[in-house]
Write a protein that binds this ligand. Sequence first.
Ligand code: KG4
Ligand code: ZN
Length: 331
Amino acid sequence: MSIRILAIESSCDDTAASVIVDGKILSNVVANQKIHSKYGGVVPEVASRKHQINIVPAVDSALKDANMKKEDLDAIAVVSGPGLMGSLIVGVTFAKTLAFALDIPLIEVNHHRAHIMALFIGDNKPKFPFLALTVSGGHTQISIVRDYMDIEVIGKTLDDAAGEAFDKTGKLLGLGYPAGPIIDRYSQKGKPVFDFPEPKVGGLNFSFSGLKTSILYFAQREIKKNPDFIKDNIYDICASVQDRIVSILMNKLIKAAKMTNIKEVAIAGGVSANSGLRNAIEQTGKKLNWNTYIPKFEYCTDNAAMVAMMAHYKFIRQDFTDLKLAPKPRF
Ligand code: KG4
Ligand code: ZN
């Protein structure tokens, strides 16, 4: 018997749907909501309304791309959290209704854990136990992944997430939203000539709020001397910001690998699309004899394929949920 699942993700500002059959991704549709860029961040009410418009076409495309009818499905999977309440409601309600109408099981998926599952799409899969650095707009964590369902968080951010550090700094510098990919692009044209301090946080935890403040003070100081300082130096500033964020992440990952003696090391989440971070983990891996794993580019930022992958393993375990499922913004 084959396992055919439709997965839905609507936790923030992307409406995503994916079909997986026997652990193989057959479609991966993401409807981005470009509208938020003009507000400099995600507007929850707008996101929720856009999900309502996008969800039927996104699911329709995912089924068409996979050459499947909804009647062929064996289960529906959905992200129930963490995320924005108004956004989650749309995906969860849609998934429950479809599961009820088709009389098939419903599978609940945690968004954060799903990011780690992106590493299992494709041939180069990490071996258990491995270390996962998950970095996105909402999370920065280091976990020991012992099994698909057995994930222990051993370090996390005490304030902003790494993606937020990119986005908030970008806002300060007058870049668009989300600023992460823009800073990444500009970095490639500049050099990390400005030295921003590395926060002193004990153990495996992170802090990014101090970095943002030091960049703000630095910019204010330099603008006093040259009002065009940011414009004149934007590529070098971006390269310096990226270099520091990457070194903060890598130093903790190296520490975690030493403490746990694990040499299977992976990154996941939106910030794992960052060229500096991808490069750094590969270089460090070579030096320290790690086996390193990075999701394919399209599975780094929010998508439903990673949700489908988690759902596949939950289906095998018959780990279903009932129709009382409610969104969990703080899951
Ligand atoms: O995983 P994701 O799509 O959504 C959340 O779960 O938050 O991550 C979005 C975050 C944003 O903060 C965005 O700026 C960042 O990932 N991001 C990047 C890059 N691509 C996306 N940050 C740095 N460099 C990139 N290339
Ligand atoms: Zn995410």
